[in-house]
Design a protein. Structure first.
Length: 378
């Protein structure tokens, strides 16, 4: 006999959309989850005793056709409370046992975060104009986000390259003149490693541990030099969200706790999904968060790539996510790319500012509060 969790699965981060929030006299507020189990190998189709955390489960009389394979399979369900940030679920039946760990990030609900990928041209501009300006916000790109923060309180996470496409500029050239200003604004403006360069696109697809570790330190050491440790964060959006398992372990070894990606599929294979396999990728695609418990890595999904939508398409798309995809809409991750801001880019978007303000404005109007992801899974 075997037991398998159908819902939740190991590493799930559960929200109020997964169950029922109940306030109890002895325990306070707890989230009760309807656990669903597949029990295989039941001789003669008998009803048996099945428990989860010593709570008796009931047999489901008409399970879904996709849940059972043979007449010796049965589905059982029971409601179980989640206590704290992490809960162990222990299912048992006649000597068979299955154990998973699930999570609840209470502070993640109704939050939004904004990330900007491919940061390098703004750093070049800051460097070139360093002698003539007194503030980072005199660079229009940074000024845009100060305006956004001023209007909505938005927190902005920027992912940085070490060098530009010509390889003539590197972060080593950024002066430390503005270090104190970066630190003073670190409550809402953070920077982390993205890649050493913008090409090749799939730069870390097959990269070993040592390469990720080298490139991470190459970028991060410069960030710490010109902007201070206060701007650093334990969340990372790697270039094209691709890496080997060994590469991800390298990032985890230096304190990266959370990896952000799209979790799409290309030619039947996971895409923009780090090292995840097909099943894990498909699961992450439909959730706010998932935790690889074996590697102690949190995965978070970007819900909208702002530059891929027209300004008039943003609100309808976000309305759809909120109303039709609740398991993706607890935490809204917005991302866009630096290059669309600059007229020199061949795909320059004149309405770059308008699009970002539209997405963030929608979030504010719908009760979402700004956050850094670090804040919501502490």
């Amino acid at each position: 006999m075997k037991i398998r969790f159908l819902f939740p699965i190991d590493g799930d981060v559960l929200t109020t959309d997964d169950g029922e929030l109940i306030t109890e006299p002895l325990y306070g507020e707890r989230l009760w989850i309807p656990v669903r189990l597949l029990v295989s190998g039941i001789v003669g189709g008998k009803d048996i005793d099945v428990t989860v955390n010593e709570r008796k489960a009931e047999r489901v009389m008409n399970p879904g056709r996709d849940e059972i394979d043979t007449a010796c399979d049965a589905v059982y369900t029971v409601k179980v409370p989640l206590d704290g940030v992490r809960t162990t679920l222990d299912a048992r039946a006649f000597g068979a046992e299955a154990v998973i760990r699930v999570w609840r990030f209470k502070e993640a609900y109704r939050k939004y975060r904004l990330a900007i990928d491919d940061i390098v041209w703004s750093m070049m501009e800051l460097t070139e104009r360093a002698d003539e300006i007194s503030s980072i916000f005199q660079v229009p790109f940074f000024g845009l986000f100060r305006d956004l923060h001023g209007e909505y309180g938005t927190k902005v996470h920027m992912n940085i390259y070490y060098t530009d496409e010509t390889r003539t500029f590197t972060l080593d050239q950024v002066p430390d003149k503005f270090r104190e200003e970066f630190i003073a604004n670190s409550e809402w403006l953070k920077f982390t490693f993205h890649a050493r360069a913008n090409d090749p696109n799939h730069i870390y697809q097959h990269a070993p541990y040592s390469e990720l570790l080298h490139d991470y330190h190459q970028v991060t050491n410069q960030i710490l030099r010109f902007a201070g440790p206060e701007v650093n964060t334990s969340v990372n959006g790697l270039h094209f969200a691709e890496t080997t398992l060994e590469g991800a372990r390298a990032l985890r070894s230096v304190g990266i706790r959370c990896l952000v990606g799209y979790y799409t599929t290309e030619n039947g294979c996971p895409s923009i999904a780090y090292y995840l396999n097909r099943e894990q990728n498909a699961h992450c695609c439909g959730r706010d968060f998932w935790v690889d418990n074996e590697e102690d890595i949190i995965f978070s999904k970007d819900k909208m790539v702002i530059d891929q939508f027209g300004a008039d398409e943003i609100r309808p798309r976000l309305d759809y996510l909120k109303n039709e995809c609740p398991h993706e809409a607890g935490t809204m991750n917005f991302v866009t790319h630096e290059q669309y801001f600059y007229p020199k880019y061949r795909y320059y978007q004149e309405d770059y500012r308008k699009k970002i303000f539209t997405a963030v404005g929608w979030a504010a109007e719908n009760g979402y509060e700004p956050c850094f992801l670090d804040d919501v899974f502490c």
